[in-house]
Write a protein that binds this ligand. Structure first.
Ligand code: AMP
Length: 278
């Protein structure tokens, strides 16, 4: 496995990599969710490139950039075990050198949900993902369903800007009690960790109501909200039942709905989602 830290070296190496290339972008502190993306990429490509970069431009003021968990040595061991060919691990300076001033803005689909609560977040995501696509030039790139809006934004961007690759979505990997795996789960103390299962309970409740024939998005939002409010450590940012592509809130659910939520447990902000109708 090659570990590459500069854009120039990554580009040089790129021309020597055999067959189709699958890219797995990450911010490191890897868990089974990330590794599932790598495994899917391995199934579909001869060469897997993983990137580890805690992208400063997608963090807002007052967010957790400074404390974001990092363990590059462990990450490299895990990626080696998964037979990743190349790990691209650039510095901030390498990705955003002096004078950097170009940005990728995806409109509309970024207005709501995470976009509304984290201004500038998706501008940072779209920009860094575009840079990674240009540097690595993958045939396919792998993203988790866990970050459903991120996936919608990247699909929109790839389509709008005629980017030459396929985007592959990978289902969310969960802990045994249903909590979606996330590098940020490490912030939770034992009491908060127990409380955090309320996100999954709320999503299961939405699924159950839908399975019983409930079509009103508002009813789902209300039922999920009161369940989450019964957990004293949980504070809701949003509970959404929206169109999976446009992310516009639904009245009645016609065929599909993206049920998503962002909840703060203590100081830790968690997100999760499921899709109804699939
Ligand atoms: P991150 O390191 O949090 O930026 O995540 C890197 C990639 O892994 C993103 O495409 C995420 O959506 C994906 N990912 C994170 N957590 C999970 C999970 N629990 N299951 C599946 N994919 C995930």
């Amino acid at each position: 496995m090659r570990v590459v830290t500069t854009v120039a070296e990554m580009k040089r190496l790129r021309s020597q990599l055999p067959g189709s290339i699958g890219l797995v972008p990450t911010m490191g502190y890897l868990h089974e969710g990330h590794l599932e993306l790598v495994r899917q990429a391995r199934l579909e490509n001869l060469t897997v490139v993983a990137s580890i970069f805690v992208n400063p431009t997608q963090f807002g003021r007052g967010e957790d950039l400074a404390t974001y968990p990092r363990d590059p040595e462990r990450d490299l061991e895990l990626l080696e075990d998964e037979k990743v060919a190349v790990v691209f691990m650039p510095s901030d300076q390498e990705m955003y050198p002096e004078g950097f001033s170009s940005w990728v803005e995806v409109e509309k689909v970024t207005d709501r949900l995470e976009g509304a609560y984290r201004p500038g977040h998706f501008r940072g995501v779209a920009t860094v993902v575009t840079k990674l696509f240009n540097i690595v030039q993958p045939h396919r790139a792998y993203f988790g369903q866990k970050d459903a809006q991120q996936l919608a934004v990247i699909r929109r961007m790839v389509s709008d800007l005629n980017m030459n690759l396929d985007i592959v979505a990978v289902p969310t990997v969960r802990e045994p009690d249903g909590l979606a795996m996330s590098s940020r789960n490490t912030y939770l103390n034992p009491e908060e960790r127990k409380a955090a299962v309320v996100l999954w309970k709320a999503l299961c409740l939405a699924q159950e109501l839908w399975d019983k024939g409930e079509k009103s998005a508002e009813r789902l939002r209300q039922e999920m909200t009161s369940l989450i409010e019964s957990e004293p450590l949980a504070k809701i940012d949003y509970v959404s039942v929206a169109d999976p592509d446009s992310l516009e809130e639904l009245g009645d659910i016609d065929r599909f709905a993206l049920v998503s939520l962002a909840v703060r447990i203590g100081k830790t902000r968690l997100i999760d989602n499921i899709t109804l109708g699939t």
